[in-house]
Design a binder for this molecule. Structure first.
Ligand code: CS2
Ligand code: MG
Length: 409
């Protein structure tokens, strides 16, 4: 089954996406997500200039060999651009193999370990009334687990608080990347954040009870001791996880956090290789692996990470914001069903505009996601519709402290 054609489709139905489409000589087409929020064209160029010419004529069924060919053959290894490109190729080849076999991808990966993947949604609010309304809205949508992000007194725009973002409103598909000539500069104050967040979770627990799984994203902004302090302060509120408490590339920092708190920790959405996890997993410094198929080298690579994690009792918690395309989301859901050490799946839900370009078959019901039993990933790309949404440069914000120091966003 040889590869006959490879296309890189860049489209912006509400936000930018990069999709790879591989077609075999017998007309089977597979899709892969190569979206890297704020750096989309870098991945497009990497694919178009350095990967596509190598794929035409290759055996589409040789997934592992193609992965190794693109990874080792590039000489220059790892990094978000390279691994998003490899992820798209890998995912598209898995889509093709499953379509050729006439079965959903999860069946090829060993079949289902569960009836569906527990999803969590993004609730947020500038203040408690707004936050409570957002939590109630997500409970009414059927979510059984909720991420809580809150405004911080003294800061006008805070990550993850949709209402404070440009465009306002409690938009469920809040997109932090802005189509501005330069990244928006937001302000940050960690001490104000550390003083405020525990009181928010105390109020949420008081309003919604002790059992609702609550998650929180620290978004890489704390030092290890600050993260340890927050984890400890949140213990009475029994979080499902505290995510990205510190910049994850400093894997050893998690040793200090672990010494101070039993709040479960999740890290990895900005990682792109199994090597980013070696200390975190072998020393059991985290409880959930946050990587997405799109940013970690594809289905092949993420399955290896999750099998490595399983050895140490660490579970999956795949990244699922709107900048993971419906193709990347579907790939995650097939893995969510197939791996034994599943934890939870992030589900921000794409806009109607996006879903008009990416026709999906995955479902969300009673708090659980299911990829569907359509052959392959179960997603179709409407290329004609995609052409109506030209790429629009957009940047993620940057953070500055009061004295102007640039800080993690
Ligand atoms: C966030 C992401 O969903 C999350 O956990 O960390 O929304 C992140 O901000 C975006 O993916 C950045 O593009
Ligand atoms: Mg995150």
């Amino acid at each position: 089954m040889k590869i006959a054609a490879v296309d890189v489709v860049v489209t912006c139905p509400g936000r930018n996406f990069v999709t790879l489409r591989i077609t075999t000589e017998d007309g089977i087409t597979g899709l892969g997500d190569a979206t890297l929020n704020g750096r989309e064209l870098a991945v497009e160029a990497y694919l178009r200039e350095h990967v596509v010419p190598l794929l035409v004529g290759r055996d589409a069924s040789a997934i592992e060999d193609t992965w190794q060919y693109l990874y080792r053959g590039a000489y220059w290894r790892r990094g978000p651009v390279t691994m998003a490109a490899i992820a798209a190729v890998d995912t598209a080849l898995w889509d093709i193999k499953a379509r050729a076999a006439g079965m959903p991808l999860y069946q090829l990966l060993g079949g289902a370990c569960r009836v569906g993947a527990l999803a969590y949604g993004h609730a947020s609010g500038r203040d408690l009334p707004e936050l409570f309304d957002s939590i109630r809205a997500h409970l009414e949508l059927g979510f059984r687990a909720i991420r809580v992000q809150t405004g911080i007194p003294g800061l006008d725009t805070v990550y993850g608080v949709a209402a404070s973002a440009a465009g306002g409103g409690d938009r469920y598909d809040y997109e932090p990347a802005r189509p501005t000539a330069l990244p928006v500069e937001e302000s940050w104050d960690t001490r104000a954040y550390l003083r405020h967040v525990p009181s928010v979770f105390e109020a949420v627990r008081s309003e919604f009870g002790p059992s609702l799984p609550l998650l929180h994203d620290g978004h890489h902004r704390m030092t290890p001791i600050e993260a340890a302090r927050l984890g400890k302060a949140l213990e009475p509120y029994d979080l499902f996880w505290l995510e990205d408490a510190t910049p994850g590339e400093d894997q050893a920092a998690l040793r200090l956090i672990r010494q101070h708190t039993t709040t479960p920790l999740a890290i990895g959405e900005v990682f792109n290789s199994i090597h980013d996890y070696t200390t975190l997993l072998s020393e059991r410094l985290i409880d959930y692996v946050r990587s997405a198929v799109t940013h970690t080298g594809g289905v092949t690579a993420l399955k290896k990470v999750l099998d490595f994690a399983a050895v140490y009792g660490v579970k999956s918690g795949m990244h699922g914001p709107t900048d993971i395309s419906p193709v990347g989301m579907a790939a995650a859901l097939h893995l969510d069903l197939a791996v034994h050490n599943f934890g939870i799946q992030e589900y921000m839900r794409h806009s109607a505009e996006t879903l008009a370009v990416f026709r999906t078959s995955y479902t969300f019901a009673d708090g659980l996601l299911h990829p569907s039993d359509a052959p392959g990933l179960g997603v179709e790309l409407d290329v004609d519709a995609a052409d109506h949404f030209p790429y629009r440069a957009a940047y993620l914000p940057v953070n500055r402290l009061a004295d102007g120091t640039l800080h993690d966003w």
